[in-house]
Design a protein around this ligand. Structure first.
Ligand SMILES: Cc1cc2nc3c(=O)[nH]c(=O)nc-3n(C[C@H](O)[C@H](O)[C@H](O)COP(=O)(O)O)c2cc1C
Length: 187
């Protein structure tokens, strides 16, 4: 079993992209190969980052909880809506708190929008961000267009293409996590 942490980064009231995060959580669990920890940034109320966790003398419990969930993970998935051609500020703010937690981690990227393009711009920028973390971005990404039509509230795919893309992402991701996490543990 691989330990997978989903970091979901939208805190907007009425957010639709939580559907993509829930869809992935379920598909990963259904694979029978993953134990999933779901971090919903909205639950953590993180202020705008003024100091990284590693420089804090007395870090708050909520940051330590996220740090542990990232640290122990064999693989991480970032899930974000596309805002202004990029990923959400809330996700970026959370990412900036952490450093060593990312080292050599295989990171999957899932983006969604309520338009036709499914967060393609956010996903491209997020792949670049992952490189800056010293982690590995998976080449294949999950893009969810028309979030309100593609997935139900609990994340069930509403059409064949969505279902196919979700399954392909999960299969590719589990391969990617196995390939990288077994190597990382040797070093
Ligand atoms: C501040 C803001 C900026 C947005 N910018 C874009 C964008 O650049 N491209 C796009 O396809 N959708 C954009 N949207 C629409 C989102 O795709 C839409 O809100 C979708 O439901 C995903 O975001 P949510 O999880 O907050 O609901 C934007 C929404 C907000 C709130």
């Amino acid at each position: 079993m691989f330990k997978i942490t989903i970091l979901y980064g939208a805190i907007r009231e009425g957010r639709l992209s939580i559907r993509a995060a829930r869809a992935l959580e379920r598909a990963l669990k259904d694979s029978g190969k993953a134990e999933v920890t779901f971090i919903d940034i909205k639950d953590y109320n993180l202020p705008v980052m003024e100091k990284r966790l590693k420089f804090m003398d007395d870090p708050p419990e909520n940051l330590l909880t996220i740090s542990k969930a990232l640290d122990m993970a064999d693989g991480i998935v970032f899930v974000t809506p596309e805002y202004n051609n990029s990923y959400s500020g809330a996700l970026k703010n959370t990412i900036d708190y952490f450093t060593k937690e990312w080292a050599k981690k295989p990171i999957g990227i899932a983006c969604g929008s309520n338009g036709r393009q499914g967060g393609i711009n956010a996903s491209n920028l997020l792949q670049l961000l992952v490189l800056a973390l010293g982690a590995f971005p998976m080449p294949y990404k999950l893009l969810v267009p028309e979030l309100d039509k593609s997935l139900s509230e609990d994340g069930t795919p509403q059409n064949e293409i969505m279902e196919k893309n979700l399954n392909r992402f999960v299969n590719e991701y589990l391969w990617f996590v196995e390939a990288i996490s077994t190597q990382s543990k040797k070093s």
